[in-house]
Design a protein around this ligand. Structure first.
Ligand code: NYM
Ligand code: MG
Length: 211
């Protein structure tokens, strides 16, 4: 029987190595254990043709201009959006590691214009909630070393962090900021409480678009 209650669209955002994957996986496991229909996805989605180009760019085996890679990251969301919408409308909750906000902050950190960067993502589905894990990148660097991917550099992460703060203020009605240095368990418990309340309300909330 098809559920008439849509799923929730949940996004995790934050700098590299801040713990998004850990927290999104824990939330996914918890909802699954509770019998909630849930899927975990992430952007970039490296499994598509566009995602493969993005992957090569991130691994430094492909050079692309700032504008071109920006538009590919956005296109990578657009190519997945109809399947995300279908899942949500069928009652499946989506937990998404990074979304359009990452798209904007990494490109603006490299020097592109904010409005130009936001434009290609206009009209994508708007998340019901964004969990923003915040940490000072200088502290993150001492906690754990960055990997070899493009962007995993302290100077850039400092800019990225400021730009996420800007989004957190601008989109404050559905963003929740957390201190990434709280224990995994504390974070998980706060995030779960907000999610469980959201799941009760989501039936009455129409899906919106990014504006
Ligand atoms: N990234 C991710 C962007 O620059 N633009 C985007 O639109 C998205 C979704 O990709 N350093 C960057 C941020 C990360 C990198 O993501 C790979 P992850 O979550 O570290 O695998
Ligand atoms: Mg990363």
């Amino acid at each position: 029987m098809e559920s008439n209650k849509r799923g929730a669209f949940i996004v995790f955002e934050g700098c590299d190595r801040v713990g998004k994957s850990t927290q999104s996986n824990q939330l996914f496991e918890r909802l699954k254990d509770k019998g909630v229909a849930v899927k975990k996805i992430n952007f970039p989605n490296r499994s598509t043709i566009i995602g493969d180009v993005i992957n090569r760019f991130l691994k430094n085996t492909e050079e692309l201009s700032n504008e071109v890679i920006h538009l590919l990251f956005s296109a990578n969301r657009w190519e997945c959006i109809s399947s995300i919408q279908a899942d949500l409308m069928a009652g499946t909750t989506i937990i998404c590691d990074r979304y359009a906000y990452s798209g904007v902050v990494y490109s603006v950190a490299k020097g592109l214009d904010f409005d130009w960067c936001w434009a290609p993502d206009l009209g994508l589905l708007k998340p019901d909630v964004v969990f923003y894990l915040k940490a000072n990148p200088d502290q993150l660097a001492s906690r754990d070393s960055f990997g070899n991917e493009r962007y995993e550099k302290l100077e850039l992460q400092r800019k990225v962090s400021e730009l996420f703060d800007h989004f957190n203020e601008r989109e404050s009605s559905y963003w929740h900021q957390f201190d990434a240095f709280e224990t995994k368990q504390e974070l998980h418990s706060k995030i779960s409480t907000i999610t469980e309340n959201l799941l009760l309300q989501v039936a009455e909330k129409p899906l919106e678009r990014l504006t």
